[in-house]
Design a protein around this ligand. Structure first.
Ligand SMILES: [Zn+2]
Length: 429
């Protein structure tokens, strides 16, 4: 398959953050040419880029995709009440069919708002992988591990099932399996170590929640005499290929440990503020230390969208306001987090995160022809401070157009939304 985008403003996000006004040509799954001069090649898809930006697709480094079904179900509640009265009772009712419905809705939302790759952690990941493959989105899918039964498997079956999942998907073009022990408070040291064994055996990433709330830090200290980061180090999980979600309550010395170990952080500002965890990842210090940082939405139950544009804006504003310093995290840095940073978190910076000849064609187009994006002084500023997910007009993953000029090519939006509404009502009634 080939795609030619004509006459657009291309934000390459390469090392020099070069912007090119011109054409971009894709063949199979790679970017073949980015040119200031008009290209006159034939292509299966020819897309007009006038008054459009072209940029790398967003990489969402932390979500629980099927939780789209719980969007808006239990807002404005204390965390413990929300989990025990709303989320956990409903999650116990999850079935493969409902998971598929929620995952499809999430994929539709991500394609519509310019996310081309996501890192998930949940149950029924094999079902999510199959749906994702059909939708054409790139996914790093974390097989959720706990000490107790999941809605999918009894605890005794979790590890063999996880290994089977990893074996099945490990050489796939779009899907990368990930081992995802939920957290240090829901996984014993033995569970953490068994997760590590599988990740090491197959050289795949690890993903876990870490230091999300202050209570979590206190509880881990009480139980193990160590803070969560230290506990992960002690159990061997603080290592290259580990992506830690949140890190809202970490110290400067923990940042040094994280850098030395080679772990990455997924910063989820909207979810942190909505749950009111008080703490959030110290992104300026993490970046200064050289720790890879990406942005995550977290699940739609605690966000309530999967809109990475919104997450970029919250990221910038949260840190500026907190430090009384508008020069902290400029727009370019925040756009980097959502693109290059996400790729670095996932160890995929050689192929994803920027638009360069030879790199994988995961990219989006943003329509600038709208009042809230007029006039245009600085494209980066618009993307972080003014644009919305709904301004994305075209989404291409692995060289394949999934949405062109707002038309979905792999999914049926009406059918998916109708089914999701039905399944969400059934699930919560
Ligand atoms: Zn989460």
């Amino acid at each position: 398959m080939s795609v030619l985008i004509k006459g657009a403003t291309i934000l390459t996000q390469n090392d020099a953050r070069q912007q090119v006004h011109g054409d971009l040509y894709i063949e199979d799954h790679r970017i073949v040419q980015i040119s200031k001069k008009p290209l006159s090649v034939e292509a299966d898809f020819k897309i007009h880029g006038t008054k459009h930006l072209v940029l790398p697709g967003f990489i969402n480094t932390h979500t629980h995709l099927p939780m789209t079904l719980l969007r808006g179900y239990g807002d404005d509640m204390l965390l413990q009440d929300w989990l025990t009265k709303r989320i956990w009772p409903v999650e116990a009712q999850l079935t493969k069919k409902r998971i598929q419905s929620g995952a499809q809705l999430g994929l539709l939302e991500m394609i519509a708002s310019g996310t081309t790759a996501y890192l998930d952690m949940y149950f029924f990941e094999d079902a999510i992988a199959r749906i994702t493959e059909k939708a054409g989105v790139r996914a790093f899918l974390g097989f959720g591990l706990l000490d107790f039964d999941t809605p999918e498997f009894p605890a005794a079956e979790l590890f063999p099932q996880c290994e089977g999942f990893v074996k099945h998907w490990k050489d796939h073009d779009l899907v990368t399996p990930v081992v995802a022990p939920h957290s240090t408070y829901s996984c014993s040291p033995e569970t953490l170590q068994r997760a590590l064994e599988i990740a090491t055996k197959y050289s795949i990433p690890l993903h876990t929640h870490c230091a999300e709330t202050r209570d979590e830090v206190y509880d881990t200290q009480k139980k193990y005499g160590m803070r969560p980061v230290e506990h992960l180090k002690h159990t061997g999980l603080l290592r290259q290929g580990m992506i830690l979600a949140h890190c809202g309550w970490i110290t400067k010395s923990e940042i040094a440990e994280m850098k030395a170990a080679g772990v990455a952080v997924s910063h989820c500002p909207v979810s942190n503020m909505k749950i009111a965890t008080g703490g959030f990842a110290p992104v300026p210090e993490l970046l200064a230390a050289g720790v890879p940082v990406g942005l995550g939405t977290d699940g739609a139950a605690s966000n309530n969208t999967l809109d990475m544009m919104e997450t970029m804006k919250f990221t910038a504003l949260m840190h500026k306001n907190h430090r009384w310093d508008p020069t902290i995290l400029p727009a370019q840095t925040v756009l980097d987090l959502a693109t290059r940073g996400g790729a670095a978190c996932l160890g995929a910076q050689q192929t994803l995160g920027s638009l360069q000849e030879g790199k994988t064609a995961d990219l989006i187009m943003v329509d600038l022809h709208t009042p809230h994006l007029t006039p245009l002084h600085d494209a980066c500023s618009h993307l972080v401070y003014a644009a919305r997910g709904t301004d994305v007009s075209t989404t291409i993953v692995h060289g394949k157009p999934l949405m062109v000029e707002k038309k979905f090519l792999t999914l049926d939006p009406e059918k998916i939304m109708e089914q999701a509404q039905k399944d969400a009502q059934e699930l919560t009634s």
